[in-house]
Structure formats: structure tokens, C-alpha cells
Design a protein around this ligand. Structure first.
Ligand code: GAL
Ligand code: CA
Length: 336
């Protein structure tokens, strides 16, 4: 009997040991994500795609909305670090204030993938396990400008008052955001470089937001209804607000200013399809989501990062693409 008991104990201990080993071998990867604002339509799309991929890979995902507060985001990251998350993906609220997150991550030795809201290179280089996934803001503006230039070549009548200049308004995204500042500059640069003379009427900061852009455009129409010929928008949501304001005005559509955005989300693509927007620049939500998910998994598994094609060991930038009425159907299929 005593022998049997010992045997059973050995068997039991063996079982427990084995279970332990299996548990640690098959421990699920845990990836945390913190978004600056989950009501931002581009971020909403991007986040859905990242989470879908991670769920398919059987990763435990915790995603949180920072509600545009850096303090809330810092706390979320701190909690996820305490909870033992393997990698944390951060869509910074304030791209100039990543230091707290970087210090906490370094102390816990947990890699951080920043995305969409680009921090300055110096901050990204301040610790080896920091990465950035996004686009090249300069490229998006240049491509936007190029679409305007080629549209003007085939539509000289867009210069309504025939003064040889294009009177324009800019709808800017957030103050201080790389995709707002750089997109505006590079778009204007590309148009001017092509020999088009521009005449700036006004600008407004509409925070990437449709209803803010709508309100601003309503006001602008009060002042510039007869003179505005082009509205450059840092993203599609703001372009959609501009479209809405014009739809409610008494200006016939043939006399509308040219309207262009960036992002290539479904609503924007539909306006390109029906001609109210002359184009948009596709912000590769699919490619960025795949890159973030793949890099996060590789880091969590401690795998070789060669497969992630990082530039300078830190950056993944997905190219922007021009979308006009000619190729809009391809993008409608892609994002639906
Ligand atoms: C930009 C995008 C905007 C907005 C912003 C948020 O890349 O074009 O629509 O989502 O990111 O950071
Ligand atoms: Ca003109």
C-alpha cells in the first residue's frame, strides 16, 4: 500500500511537472494596444485590422482608448507593463511627449511599437527596443499635390476667375501632428513646383474631424464663396465636411472648388467615385496593420526581425498611393 502511495505521488508530481512545462511552452502571447482616440475613423479602421490579425494568430489582445489624454495613455501603458504584456503598441496622444512611456518600457524591458503618430527620431533612438510603423508624411502631401496638378492640366476651367492663379484654402489636421504640418507643406510645394501659381485665401485647423471642417467651411463660404477654387484637406474626413458644406450651399456642383483629401477610407472613396472629390491619397491601413501585427508577434517570440524589413532597425513605412476616379474602384474593393 505504502509503495502504491509513493508510486501515485511520483505519477502525480510527474503530471504536474509536465503540465507546467506545457503551460510555459504554449503561453499565449499578450499584446497591448493604446489608441489616441478610437473615434477617429482612420484609427478605428486600422485598429480593427490589427486586432483581427492578432486574434487570428491566437494572441491575447488588450486594446484601450486614451481619449486624447497623454496622462490616461501613460497609465494604460504602465498597467499593461505591470500585467506582463509582451509588447505594447502605442498610438501616441502627444507625439512630443513619449518619454514617460519610453522610461517605463525600458525599466520593464518590454518593446514598444509606436504607430501613426510619429515621434521625433531622437526619442525613437533613445532605447533599442523602440519601433515606428506608419507612412511618410512628405510622400502623402506630394502625391496629393501631384493629383491636383494633373487634374488642373486637363481642367483649366478650374481657375474660375481666369486670373492664372488658384485661390485655395487648407483644412489642417491637428496642430503639431506630422501628417498635418508636413502634408500641407509638401502638397503646396508639389503644386508650385509644377508651375501652378497658388494664392492662399485662408486655412483652418479642423482636427481631422468632419463636423469641425463642415463648420469652418460654412464660415469660409460666407467670405470666399465666389473666389475659392481649391480646398486642400489633410485627410478625407475633413474633405467630407467640406463636401457637406458645399452640398448645402447654392453653388452648382460644376462651380465647386476642387476638393482633395488623404486616407482612402470608404466614405472618401465614394466621393471620389461620384466626382465631388477629385481624389485622395491612400494611407495603407492594411499594410500598416499587417506590419504592426507581424512586428509585435516577432518581438514577443524573440524572433529574428529580418522578416519585418525594418529601416535603420526601427522604422516600417508603408507607401501612400494616389487615388483618382480612374483607379478608385480598385480601392473600393480593397477597403470594403
Ligand atoms: C493620419 C490620418 C488622419 C488621422 C491621423 C491620426 O495619418 O490621415 O485621418 O487618423 O492620422 O493620427
Ligand atoms: Ca483663379
Amino acid at each position: 500500500m505504502q509503495k502504491l502511495k509513493i508510486l501515485m505521488l511520483v505519477f502525480f508530481v510527474g503530471l504536474v511537472g509536465c503540465t507546467h512545462a506545457e503551460v510555459s511552452q504554449t503561453k499565449q502571447i499578450q499584446i497591448g494596444i493604446s489608441y489616441y482616440d478610437s473615434y477617429d475613423p482612420f484609427i478605428e479602421q486600422l485598429s480593427k485590422r490589427i486586432e483581427d490579425i492578432l486574434n487570428e494568430e491566437n494572441v491575447v489582445v488588450k486594446s484601450q482608448d486614451s481619449e486624447k489624454s497623454q496622462i490616461i495613455q501613460n497609465r494604460q501603458v504602465s498597467d499593461m507593463l505591470k500585467d506582463g504584456y509582451d509588447v505594447i503598441c502605442v498610438n501616441l496622444v502627444d507625439r512630443t511627449a513619449p518619454k514617460k512611456i519610453i522610461t517605463m518600457a525600458e525599466e520593464a524591458n518590454v518593446p514598444i511599437i509606436f504607430f501613426n503618430r510619429e515621434l521625433v527620431a531622437q526619442d525613437l533612438e533613445s532605447w533599442k527596443k523602440l519601433y515606428y510603423v506608419g507612412g511618410d508624411a512628405n510622400e502623402s502631401g506630394t502625391k496629393q499635390g501631384e493629383i491636383v496638378v494633373s487634374y488642373l492640366e486637363s481642367h483649366p476651367e478650374a481657375d474660375h476667375n481666369l486670373d492664372g492663379k488658384i485661390q485655395y484654402i487648407v483644412m489642417e489636421g491637428e496642430a503639431g501632428h506630422q501628417d498635418a504640418i508636413v502634408r500641407t507643406e509638401s502638397s503646396i510645394q508639389a503644386i508650385s513646383d509644377a508651375g501652378v501659381v497658388l494664392d492662399k485665401l485662408d486655412y483652418a485647423i479642423a482636427n481631422w474631424n468632419r463636423s469641425q471642417a463642415y463648420t469652418k467651411m460654412k464660415q469660409f463660404l460666407g467670405k470666399y464663396k465666389d473666389s475659392v477654387e481649391l480646398v486642400l484637406c489633410n485627410n478625407d474626413e475633413m474633405a467630407l465636411g467640406v463636401v457637406q458644406a458645399l452640398s448645402e450651399s447654392d453653388i452648382p456642383q460644376s462651380q465647386w472648388p476642387l476638393i482633395i483629401g488623404v486616407d482612402g477610407l470608404l466614405d472618401g472613396l465614394k466621393e471620389v467615385k461620384n466626382g465631388t472629390m477629385i481624389g485622395t491619397v491612400y494611407n495603407d491601413q492594411i499594410g500598416q496593420a499587417e506590419a504592426i501585427a507581424q512586428l509585435a508577434i516577432a518581438l514577443a517570440k524573440n524572433e529574428d526581425l529580418d522578416q519585418c524589413h525594418l529601416t535603420n532597425g526601427k522604422y516600417i513605412r508603408k507607401p501612400y498611393e494616389k487615388v483618382t476616379q480612374e483607379n478608385v474602384d480598385d480601392y473600393l474593393k480593397l477597403v470594403q
